[in-house]
Design a protein around this ligand. Structure first.
Ligand SMILES: *Cc1c(COP(=O)(O)O)cnc(C)c1O
Length: 366
């Protein structure tokens, strides 16, 4: 069999998304014989020692990166972030209580829609009237101190906006959907009551959802809940109550180890901000040919959304960029235009290729 260098695309997909090449190479090297076991991690029992070590390493790495101590449990669940839209209120919204939500995009709308089916859930903020082009300014969110929790979406994957601060909810537990920016920048996760994130953007492959929950909130999970929906039961069993998505968790362990070795989240943030700046500078310097969707102080460092002068040009941009090896740039159907998702694993070289393509495309079209 001839050795062949993989031709890697410049991958700007919103999710599932790019995974660090070093991680994929490690998976490849360990695929047939994981550490002398004679099998892949995907073939071994989740009750055996080698898997248990992988599982606990993924948890320990996440705790290291997110500055978590023993007050929080890290859970691995199935069903994607969307399942958490329902599980959060099922577990931590008491029957007599109410919760507040900040609505800054498609995913927040999905979260509140599910919440409303399950209890008293209220909207504290909405950017819908301006097509979700911003998040609330720091200090402007007012959370009712009697709320059972306050829910927000730290990065709006589809609209390309991001909170560059952690909202102050006083004593009310902060709950955050961090699917598309977890591990992209330093975070003191100990401030949060609950964080959830589908792994497929910044932590690993699809198939596992990370849930980080403050242990005192586990007391709210009613025993009457179906077992697989119950955070307290999941925590009690270290997410090994049933068969976990073991191979996805293994890849999360490798990715988090890779991030730690690269200098942790401060190092990632530096690179991520520099990558985002290159694209925003290209947009701002285009004399109006490219127009960003998000207002300046809400711009996401993970998903850069922009429009061109016409839909026809946007379609041409998608087609020609794909032909040039730049993949996944078509915007979400609910917003249109273009979107470059530049998560941790998207290298600077891919961003440079995009910026060069943007310049050339404008020259040819404009
Ligand atoms: C992708 C995404 C989701 C949906 O995740 P699934 O794992 O597909 O359910 C939810 N919230 C945010 C912020 C996302 O980026």
């Amino acid at each position: 069999m001839a050795m062949r260098m993989a031709r890697r695309a410049h991958n700007f997909s919103a999710g599932p998304a790019a995974i660090p090449l070093e991680v994929l190479e490690k998976v490849q090297a360990e695929l047939l014989d994981y550490k002398g076991t004679g099998m892949s991690v995907m073939e071994m029992s989740h009750r055996d020692k080698p898997y248990e070590a992988v599982h606990n390493e993924a948890i320990a790495n996440l705790k290291t990166l997110l500055q978590l101590g023993d007050d929080h449990a890290v859970l691995f669940m199935g069903g994607g972030a969307r399942t958490q839209f329902a599980l959060v209120p099922m577990n931590i919204l008491p029957r007599q209580g109410f919760a507040e939500y900040a609505i800054t995009g498609v995913w927040a709308e999905g979260a509140i829609k599910e919440g409303k089916k399950l209890g008293d859930v209220r909207e504290t903020f909405s950017s819908a009237a301006s097509k979700h082009n911003h998040v609330p300014k720091q200090g402007t969110l007012v959370v009712d101190p009697k709320a059972a929790y306050f829910h927000y979406t730290s990065n709006n994957t589809i609209y390309g906006t991001q909170y560059h601060y952690v909202p102050d909810s006083g004593q009310v537990p902060l709950v955050c959907d961090m699917s598309s920016d977890i591990l992209s920048t330093p975070l003191d996760a100990s401030k949060f009551g609950l964080i959830y994130a589908g792994a497929q953007k910044n932590i690993g492959p699809s198939g596992v959802t990370v849930v980080i929950v403050r242990k005192d909130l586990l007391a709210r999970s009613d025993k009457a809940l179906p077992e697989m929906f119950n955070y307290a039961l999941m925590a009690e069993h270290n997410s090994l109550f049933n068969t976990p998505p073991s191979f996805a968790i293994y890849m999360c362990a490798l990715t988090t180890k890779y991030l730690i070795d690269k200098g942790g989240l401060a190092a990632m943030a530096k690179v991520n901000e520099a990558k985002a700046k290159k694209i925003y500078d290209a947009i701002d310097g285009s004399g109006g040919f490219y127009r960003g969707h998000a207002v300046a102080d809400s711009r996401s460092f993970m998903n850069v959304t922009f429009r061109l002068p016409s839909e026809e040009l946007e379609n041409r941009f998608v087609k020609e960029s794909a032909a040039a090896g730049l993949v996944g740039l078509k915007g979400h159907r609910s917003v249109g235009g273009l979107r470059a998702s530049i998560y941790n694993a998207v290298p600077v070289t891919a961003v440079d290729a995009l910026v060069a393509f943007m310049r050339d495309f404008q020259k040819a079209a404009g």
